[in-house]
Design a protein around this ligand. Structure first.
Ligand SMILES: *Cc1c(COP(=O)(O)O)cnc(C)c1O
Length: 381
């Protein structure tokens, strides 16, 4: 093959290569902590915490190909991936510039843990892109952004941020969990490191916790070293489940995106919603960025219900197909209230100022039939 295979092919096979006759069509699960080593052997010891179990290596090989990265590594959660990716490029005395629109857990990691390690963090509002350059100091080593934000589905111009990091010799780390690697491959837009919570779209069935980091061989080697010392290796069975989930990644994202588009269009016509946030809608503020940076508008919809918390509670208690649960990216549709989950720490005023009033619902569209999802929502209203 000459041309680079498409994302569906890469998610199923990784880089195409001929396998021996008699080899299994799917990877065997190598559920072992250790391996028989040659006596007196000088090669790297094989041990599952070291990340060199065949299931760990295989899922990483496929994911690296999908992201267009030199290398990748899977770890035990999205948070472990976020923590280790940053620690691979930052040390005591260093400064990180981060987007203000980020996952609550990541915000906690930066504010509570990084401060203890002597890593300073400055937050920038991505709505004011000139601020990126202004926030950079002498000690700045990296910039961190989420390309699609939770729960307002804003799209951050990572290509513009990549200009700043390239000019200043900084590392650009991008969490693209909300977009999935089908929707956005940040390395194609100038990012140096991509982070994903495989708990979401890669796994795709709400049945595992995992995370991954992809980038240059040297960054991934450093993350691997940190993983060996801090310990959050991924279990072989979980790595195998991620590999299996990835085989249907493109199909699932395609269906879930079509469902999200149908729901967003339907919800826009309903008087019960004060606003609908979906990058595929004509009135979304980031239509141009969506077209430039994303393949598809994604499977997440923000629904702003009139009537605040009481209206939300009423609606949620009437749902029969869509489950009230945090997380996203599975085949089953899930809905959550940011005021009680990701944005709980902020309080009502700060949330309202960010555009997340009480009554805001975040819907993760799954792979059910669109008509059934819309009927479930309509009935609940
Ligand atoms: C869920 C999530 C994480 C954390 O992932 P876990 O697998 O739950 O540790 C980090 N970033 C984003 C954007 C997420 O949605």
């Amino acid at each position: 093959m000459t041309a680079r295979p498409g994302p569906s092919t890469l998610a199923i096979h990784g880089p195409p290569h001929r396998l021996p006759d008699g080899s299994p069509a799917t990877s065997p699960i190598v559920q072992t902590s250790t391996f028989r080593n040659p006596i007196g052997g000088e090669d790297e010891v094989r041990y599952t915490r070291y990340g060199n179990n065949p299931n760990q290596l295989e899922v990483a090989r496929r994911y690296a190909a999908l992201e267009g990265a030199e290398a990748a590594i899977f770890v035990a959660s999205g948070m472990a991936a976020t923590a280790l990716a940053h620690l691979a490029v930052l040390g005591p005395g260093d400064h990180l510039v981060a987007s203000r629109w980020i996952y609550g857990g990541t915000r906690e990691l930066f504010d509570r843990e990084f401060s203890r390690l002597g890593i300073a963090v400055t937050y920038v509002d991505p709505a004011h892109p000139r601020e990126w350059r202004k926030a950079v100091r002498k000690t700045t080593r990296a910039i961190f952004v989420e390309v699609v934000t939770n729960p307002l589905m804003r799209v951050v111009d990572i290509a513009a941020v990549a200009k700043v990091t390239a000019d200043r010799g900084l590392a650009l780390l991008v969490d693209a969990t909300m977009a999935s690697p089908i929707g956005c491959r940040p390395l194609e837009h100038g990012a140096d490191v991509v982070i994903t919570s495989a708990t979401k779209y890669l796994g795709g069935h709400s049945d595992l916790i995992a995370g991954a980091v992809a980038g240059s061989r040297s960054v991934v080697d450093e993350v691997t070293r940190l993983m060996r010392n801090w310990g959050p290796a991924i279990d072989p069975h979980t790595a195998w489940l991620v590999e299996r989930g990835m085989k249907t990644l493109a199909l699932r994202v395609e269906r879930a995106t079509a469902n999200a588009a149908a729901i967003a269009t339907w919800a826009s016509s309903r008087p019960e919603f004060a606003a609908v946030h979906y990058p595929g809608l004509p009135d979304h503020p980031d239509r141009e960025l969506t077209a430039r940076l994303l393949d598809g508008a994604g499977a997440m919809v923000g629904l702003e219900l009139r009537g605040g918390a009481a209206a939300a509670a009423r609606m949620l208690s009437n749902l029969r197909v869509i489950s009230h649960a945090p997380s996203f990216g599975g085949v089953e549709s899930l809905v959550s209230e940011p005021r009680l989950t990701s944005h709980k720490a902020l309080g009502p005023e700060e949330r309202a100022a960010l555009g997340i009033p009480d009554g805001f619902l975040r819907l993760s569209c799954g792979c059910e039939d669109a008509d059934d999802l819309i009927a479930d929502l309509a009935n609940a209203l």
